[in-house]
Structure formats: C-alpha cells, structure tokens
Design a binder for this molecule. Structure first.
Ligand code: UT7
Length: 329
C-alpha cells in the first residue's frame, strides 16, 4: 500500500439496546454459571434489542452519531455500507432500510456479509472507493441483532452473543491521517465450523427446518478458537508489514471481541503491553460485525484513542474470514 492514506475516519458512533441480559439471568435459562462464562469468555453482560425494533433502527442510531461527529448531513453520504449477518430481512438490504431512516437519498446502499470481519471488510471497501475517486463520503456500519439468531436452548452459544451497532464516516484524507494498510482473507473450506444453515436457499424455511432448529447459529467452539488466534495474529502481522511498522509503533489494538482468552493469546504473540489493548467484551459479549466499531467509538470517547494515534484493528469470523487495518486516527 502507498504510505500516504487515501481516506480517514472523520467520525464514529455506536448504539446498543438498553435491555441488559446478565450471566445471572442466563443461569435461569440454561445450565450454566456466571463463573463458567466469565472464566471461559470474559463476558459479564450483553445487550438485547427490544421487541418491535430491528437491525436498521440500531444501525441508523449509530450512523446519526457518526455523521454528527463528522460534521456531515445524511444527504452528503454517497455510499452506505452495512456489514451484517442478521439483516432486517432476506432482501432488500438493511443498508437500504438505513438509507430510508436516515434520509440519505444520495447514497448507493448495500450490505456485505463477512460475519465478524464485516466492518473491516466494509472499511477497506470504502477506503478503496475513495482512493479510486468514485466517492468522497462513505458511511460504514457494522450492526447485528444476534439475539434473534441465537438458540436460547444451546448453552454453548447463547451465552456468547449480544446486539449492537457501530458506525464510521470515511472521507478523503488531506494529511497523514487515515488507513495505512488493508488486509482481507477468507477460507471457505471452514464455513461448516460456524454458520446458520437455515433460511437461505439450501434449507428454505419449512416446518422441518424450524423443528431442526436450523435458523440458529451453530458453532464448533474449540475449533473456531484455534483458527481465531492463528488468523488474527496473521492479520495483525500483515497489516504492520504493509505499513512498514512493528507492534511497538501502535498506540492501541482493537480486536474483534469474541473471547477475552482469544484476545489475550493474540496480544501475547504480538508482545503488546495490556495498556495498549482495548477490551469491552464484558459489557457487550460478541456483537459480530458491530464489535470493532463499538469498541473504536468507545476508545475515542474515553480518550484512549486520540487524533494522530495509530490503531490496529483485527477481526476474525465465520466464513472463515479475517481482516486487519492500521489506521492513524
Ligand atoms: O465471533 C466469531 C468467532 N467466534 C469465536 O471466536 C468463538 C471461539 N470459541 C470460544 O470462544 C470458546 O471455544 C467457547 C467460549 C465457545 C467455549 O469455551 P471452551 O473453553 O472452548 O469450552 P468447550 O467448548 O471446550 O467446553 C468445555 C466444557 C464442556 O463440557 P465437558 O465436555 O468438558 O464436560 C462443555 O459442555 O464446558 C461445557 N460448556 C458449558 N458449561 C457451562 C459449554 N458451554 C457451557 C456453558 N456453561 N455455557
């Protein structure tokens, strides 16, 4: 990648539902314990979207905040990307629903499906659009309502996920702020380890597919764990190499928040001190494509990430997909 960034993040935002589900609440639903969930995942709470609201409601709230901070109005957005695996419906896209809610009528709007890596895929796509000269102002949102795709009878998965949305506005960079590297990879051979088989055209909705609980997330946790550590380290190292920098140069690492133990394993391999790592999984659980933009927005709001600092973002998810980007904030 060229050393001079083509796009930069002009504003971020996030939205999480008010309703909270604690580990103690989960003890009443499945055979689990607060101790097991904390020790194995680091999660203490997750937020659950209220009935009657949907993915695009959360996404629009996060986007409004990001637009405000970027000093842009919705009609100035030329491209609106929503990364999600829990869309409002099969089609049209959640991005089109968000466009309508925001009244961002000058934008081309579409969804991308790259699971937990979706936000970084979207960010890199937005950066490429700006670099090519196609668009100036791009809105990238990661938004998920995983609670509605969760099997609340499966203790191996239902303790992990939460709902939320995060957004970032990308604009052309006039100086050294912005995306310094971009790395995206996939391995479709491993899709069976983490998926939601029902509801597509392989298993269209029927009484049988519902009885077989095919519309819920399925995961081989232990296998996914191993790949998550390996691929996130791979992604982190590649982004640093592309930018000609080392782990010592970065100010903050934000990884996808899937499991505190996975994050610690990645951090250990990168030899980073704890103060350079952002973790908020205890509050939100795994919010898939929303986890990185929620964390980035929180890090900026809390002053952990300031203008001019270097942030390495790294994600891993179903597909499998993995990605990273080094950004000067
Ligand atoms: O966001 C996309 C990427 N996703 C991930 O990266 C997730 C990756 N995987 C993980 O984070 C971990 O594998 C989990 C948190 C899902 C599971 O942790 P683990 O240490 O790998 O546990 P395990 O699946 O090996 O299960 C250990 C034991 C089992 O019992 P036995 O067979 O040892 O008797 C499970 O049945 O823990 C049991 N178990 C539970 N016990 C209490 C599984 N889930 C629960 C639970 N409460 N909720």
């Amino acid at each position: 990648m060229n050393s001079r960034p083509k796009s930069m993040i002009a504003g971020t935002g996030s939205a999480v539902p008010e309703k909270v589900l604690t580990n103690a609440d989960l003890e009443k639903i499945v055979e689990t314990s607060d101790e097991w969930i904390r020790e194995r995942t680091g999660i203490e709470r997750r937020h659950i979207l209220e009935d009657g609201l949907t993915n695009s409601d959360l996404a629009a709230r996060a986007a409004e905040q990001a637009l405000k901070k970027a000093g842009l109005t919705p009609d100035q957005i030329e491209c609106l990307i929503v990364a999600t695996i829990t869309p409002d419906m099969g089609f049209p896209s959640t991005a089109c629903a968000v466009q309508s809610k925001l009244e961002a009528f000058n934008a081309a709007a579409f969804d991308i499906s790259a699971a937990c890596s979706g936000f970084l895929y979207g960010l890199i796509m937005g950066d490429s659009f700006i670099a090519s000269g196609l668009y100036k102002n791009v809105l990238v949102i990661g938004s998920e309502v995983l609670s509605r795709m969760t099997d609340w009878e499966d203790r191996a998965t239902c303790v992990l996920f939460g709902d939320g949305a995060g957004a970032a506005v990308l604009v052309p960079s006039g100086d050294n702020r912005g995306l310094l590297s971009a790395y995206m990879k996939s391995d479709g051979r491993l899709g069976y380890l983490l998926n939601c088989p029902g509801g597509g055209v392989t298993y269209p909705a029927s009484h049988e597919t519902v009885d077989q609980r095919l519309h819920f997330i399925k995961m081989e946790g232990r296998e996914v764990y191993k790949h998550a550590v390996r691929t996130m380290v791979d992604a982190a190292v590649h982004s640093l190499e592309l930018a000609g920098l080392t782990a010592k140069d970065i100010d903050l690492l934000i990884t996808h928040q899937a499991n505190k133990r996975i994050i610690h394993a990645v951090v250990q391999r990168l030899k980073l001190p704890d103060e350079k790592v952002f973790i908020n999984i205890e509050e939100y659980g795994n919010t898939s494509a929303a986890s990185i933009p929620i964390a980035m927005n929180q890090a900026i709001e809390e002053g952990r990430l300031k203008e001019g600092q270097l942030c390495l973002m790294v994600a891993f998810g179903g597909g499998f997909t993995w990605a990273s980007s080094l950004v000067r904030i």
